[in-house]
Structure formats: C-alpha cells, structure tokens
Design a protein around this ligand. Structure first.
Ligand code: GSY
Length: 173
C-alpha cells in the first residue's frame, strides 16, 4: 500500500462539479481509497496567463496500484470528464497530476515524480500543506510547509472549505 498525492485542477465548465466527479471516480476504483481531500482553492493561472482562473485541490490516496497504473487511472478520468486542452499550459476541463508517490523518485518516459514543478507552484503547495504539512518532498528534501514558506501563497484564495471526503463526494458540503 502506498500513500500518494494527486493535484486536481479545472478551469472550464462547472469547475467544482468536475473536481467532485474526479474525486468520486478515484474513490470508486477498487484499488484506490481517497483518504484526505483539501479545500477547494480559486487560483490564478500559471504558465499561460490569458485564461480563466482555476479551481484546484489535492487528494491523498492509499493505493495498491503501481505509479504507472495510477497514472493510467488518472488519464482515464481526464478522458472521462472530457478533458479539453488545445494549447499547452492552456484551458482544460480536468487535470490530474501525481505529485508524490510514497517517497519514491520516478523518472520514466511517461511519468516524473515528484512532479517537477510542484515545489514552485502555490496552487499545489497551499492545498497540499493543508492535508500533508509534514510530508517531505524527496528531491528537495524539504517539507511541504517549508516549500510553501519559500514560495508564498500569492494568487491562491480559499474558495470552499472541505472537511470530509464522503461529504464532498456526496456534495453535502
Ligand atoms: O498543471 C496543472 C494545470 N495548470 C494549472 C492549474 O491547475 N492551476 C493553476 N492556477 N495554473 C495552472 N497552470 C496549469 S498548466
């Protein structure tokens, strides 16, 4: 069993509903349990800036899947939610990025973990610090709290406080 963290983002259509559906689809997989979900944050676009704001959150999962198999599940969920991405860094209905997989450092043709830009992205670090403040990023060898202190939280605003995975999936929050 491995504990992994996945960053989810959406900036097209009903963003909150897309996030909810993506978390539900992860949780419905028999090899994945979503154990924590961060609050939802309203975030300024990073990279290609001339696009709508994003909604971002991070989930903690416990999984028996390999990192490659988890990536395939994430990509299938993106497809299922009809991910649209016309421009690199541009608008998309749903993006799922594996940001940490245990404390493994992975470099394959398909997957780099820890996510190579996670330590410089406030839209990843703010929600991640909410659910995993003491986890150490194994390449930087630095805790999430320390990485966030280095980067700051500019451009990231709390949109909706989430406290329970089940309530969020059932849309009771
Ligand atoms: O890599 C995730 C997609 N993405 C995002 C995002 O999720 N949130 C924000 N705020 N900016 C982003 N730029 C890209 S690319």
């Amino acid at each position: 069993m491995t504990i992994a963290y996945i960053s989810l983002g959406s900036n097209m259509g009903d963003k909150v509903e897309s996030l909810r559906q993506a978390v539900e689809l992860l949780h419905q997989n028999s090899s994945i349990e979503v154990t924590k979900v961060s609050s939802i944050y309203d975030t300024d676009p990073v990279g290609y800036e001339d696009q709508d704001v994003f909604m971002n959150l991070v989930v903690e999962v416990e999984t028996t899947l390999s990192s490659e198999a988890l990536l395939i599940v994430c990509q299938a969920i993106e497809q299922q939610l009809k991910r649209v991405r016309i421009i690199r860094w541009g608008p998309r209905t749903m993006d799922l990025d594996i940001i940490l997989y245990g404390n493994e450092v992975i470099h394959t043709d398909n997957l780099i973990v820890p996510h190579p830009r996670m330590h410089e992205r406030a839209f990843v670090l703010v929600p991640l610090a909410e659910i995993a403040p003491n986890v150490v990023q194994p390449v930087e060898n630095t805790s999430i709290t320390e990485l966030l202190a280095q980067v700051g939280a500019e451009g990231v605003r709390l949109f909706s406080k989430i406290t329970h995975v089940d309530k969020f999936i059932q849309s009771d929050e």
